[in-house]
Design a binder for this molecule. Structure first.
Ligand code: ADP
Ligand code: MG
Length: 606
């Protein structure tokens, strides 16, 4: 009998093991950058050629290595970061298996130059395919430079398996982003094929996000901070109005280590209170600090998973933290209502208009030409009828004339008084409310605004059990199939919090004895059927989800529809209520509730 079992040569074993750790250039980038961080560097420069295929170089100014260590670091399980198995659970540094360098050296040509501060000179070690080819002393600054050339030079199958340079570069940038985000106090650069792609200066997390994603982010971010007993959360989320169609900027770290966690991701999405459309994703950059004893990080270096001992607790804290940040971000202070100025009044008075002025919706239609004679829009004829040239309204800068009152046109005080009483808010097409704010024109979609107002109102009522109800004079019966009846029973406590008074007459029939006070005059049976329909779609154990879904259905059903005439008081109330909302800018269906047409924008139109 022949023996069939053979021991693999070391070099082959190393290559196989390397395959797990080093899958593509980006994996090497990650390992080298993390080592530089662990070495206490304050400046780390990454240089790549051909998306890392030809060369990856990481230069750091960290602690460096001794001559012996420079040789030893390429050995498998050579690590300065762990000595006992228990340390695995307390580990906070990035790498801890002493595997990365051994793996990289197994599949590439690696040159290491390193010098400790206390040494006069540095040492250079060249290792190709796990074989030390050269070791010499070299003059250099303290720190370490790893140069990885021709990755997978000895594993053609893997080299051929690499994606396009663009795709590999995306992976590299992604790793670079993850590492640099959580280390804002450290300077980084990334240079690709001789071009500097990033130059990140030491700073705080916000500055780092801006450095990575662009200066537009300066005003898009909301700070999130929450300290709890065993968990603390810190970072930034992107305001709802900047949610994107792609799952781009979602960065989640545990003890500064990048992870993916669908359940906790859900906590964040949920906290956005249905402010963003279903097909958009909120951006976030959040770090959760927990006692390492409370988590179980899958120690596979390429895995980005982590298990929490008490993930429900983390969910609740994370959700609350994000929600608080969103709640505190109230846009209304940014919209400076133009209380003092009577622009509207002056304008309409000067124009001799006393009925509500229809503001042309020019800004919404870039092709609209008010001087075109072909198409007559309703507002044009309105203007033709009321515009009175003899009123001495020249075509110059009307702000100069009326806004600053340097040259007030003659007008009767009566006209002025009259217009004052009804022209702060204008309704356009019985759908939009228009008023002036310091920065320009505020245009509110009445339907969507009311939806937002009601949505937050119902959420509050659901939390506080505070919905007012109104007794039905002639209680209606609601007859359901067995399934719907059981769902309705399930939802009964929540419906009661909103002001419904329901009584089960028999297993499938319910009497509607009372309805929420602002559902007056609406078809209670139809409303409950709608609630049940949506309840079925969104049936979930998560109480919060159920509340959100219920509040949304109610808000959608009971909000003022477009083409409803509102009087001045109603318009004012709605606008006031809208801007008292936690999140005024988006309706629960994800649409914008208002737009502001800035003075600049207006000026650009003339
Ligand atoms: P690990 O990081 O898990 O310890 P590595 O293979 O990544 O394993 O690195 C092996 C060892 O080499 C490290 O423990 C560290 O002592 C040393 N080392 C690696 N990179 C650097 C560096 N940039 N500066 C100083 N020492 C380093
Ligand atoms: Mg390492």
């Amino acid at each position: 009998m022949l023996d069939v079992i053979k021991l693999l040569p070391d070099s082959v074993a190393n290559q196989i093991a390397a395959g797990e750790v080093i899958q593509r250039p980006a994996s090497a980038v990650k390992e080298l950058m993390e080592n530089a961080l662990d070495a206490g560097a304050t400046q780390i420069d990454l240089v790549v050629k051909d998306a890392g295929k030809t060369m990856i170089m990481v230069v750091d100014n960290g602690c460096g290595m001794s001559e012996t260590d420079a040789r030893l670091c390429f050995e498998r399980h050579a690590t300065s970061k762990i000595s006992k198995a228990e340390d695995l659970f307390a580990i906070r540094t990035m790498g801890f298996r002493g595997e990365a360098l051994a793996s990289i050296a197994a599949v590439a040509q690696v040159e290491l130059k390193t010098r400790r501060r206390e040494d006069e000179v540095g040492v250079k070690v060249v290792n190709e395919g796990s074989i030390v080819k050269e070791q010499t002393l070299v003059p250099m600054q303290p720190g370490t430079t790893f140069t990885v050339k021709n990755l997978f030079f000895n594993v053609p199958a893997r080299r051929n398996f690499l994606k396009s340079p663009q795709a590999e570069m995306r992976h590299i940038v992604e790793e670079f982003t993850r590492v640099t985000l959580m280390n804002p106090e450290i300077g980084f650069t990334l240079t690709s094929d001789g071009k500097e792609v990033y130059h990140l200066y030491p700073g705080n997390l916000k500055q780092r996000i801006v450095g990575l994603f662009g200066s537009a982010y300066d005003e898009r971010l909301l700070h999130v901070h929450q300290e709890a007993d065993r968990v603390s959360i810190d970072g930034y989320i992107v305001k709802a109005e900047y949610a994107r169609k792609t799952r781009g900027e979602q960065y989640f770290f545990v003890n500064k280590r990048f992870i993916k966690h669908a359940y906790l991701h859900h906590a964040i999405e949920n906290a956005y209170l249905e402010m963003i459309p279903k097909d958009s994703f909120p951006g976030y950059f959040l770090n959760i600090e927990v006692d390492p004893a409370d988590i179980d990080i899958n120690i596979h270096p390429t895995k980005t998973e982590v298990n929490f001992l008490d993930v429900k607790l983390v969910y609740a804290i994370l959700h609350a933290a994000v929600r608080k940040a969103i709640g505190q971000h109230n846009l209304s202070p940014m919209i400076d209502f133009d209380e003092s100025s009577e622009l509207n009044n002056d304008f309409s008075a000067a124009m001799g208009i006393t009925s509500p002025l229809a503001i042309p919706n020019i800004p919404l239609d870039p092709n609209f030409n008010p001087f075109s004679s072909k198409e007559k829009t309703p507002h044009e004829s309105h203007w033709e009828g009321t515009y009175q040239p003899q009123r001495n309204a020249p075509s110059g800068d009307w702000r100069l004339l009326y806004g600053e009152r340097t040259d007030q046109p003659a007008q009767s005080s009566e006209t002025h008084e009259e217009s004052k009483s009804n022209s702060r808010y204008l309704q356009v097409n019985q759908s939009y409310i228009v008023t002036t704010v310091k920065s320009g024109l505020l245009v509110v979609d009445q339907h969507l605004a009311h939806m937002r107002v009601l949505f937050e109102k119902y959420l509050k009522e659901l939390e506080n059990h505070s919905g007012l109800s109104q007794q039905e004079l002639f209680p209606q019966a609601l007859t359901l199939n067995a399934n719907d009846a059981s769902l309705l029973k399930e939802m009964m406590p929540e419906l009661e919090n909103l002001g419904f008074v329901l009584e089960q007459a028999n297993p499938t029939t319910f009497m509607i004895n009372g309805t929420p006070s602002d559902a007056a005059g609406c078809d209670a049976v139809a409303l409950l059927e709608k609630i049940l329909d949506n309840g079925k779609i969104n049936r979930t154990d998560l109480q919060l989800d159920r509340k959100l879904s219920l509040a949304k259905t109610m808000a959608v059903q009971l909000s003022t529809k477009p083409l409803t005439k509102l009087d001045e008081m109603e318009m004012q109330n709605l606008v006031d209520q809208l801007f008292a909302c936690n999140v005024a800018e988006v309706a629960p269906n994800g649409k914008k509730t208002y737009v502001i047409i800035s003075v600049d924008e207006l000026e650009g139109r003339f």
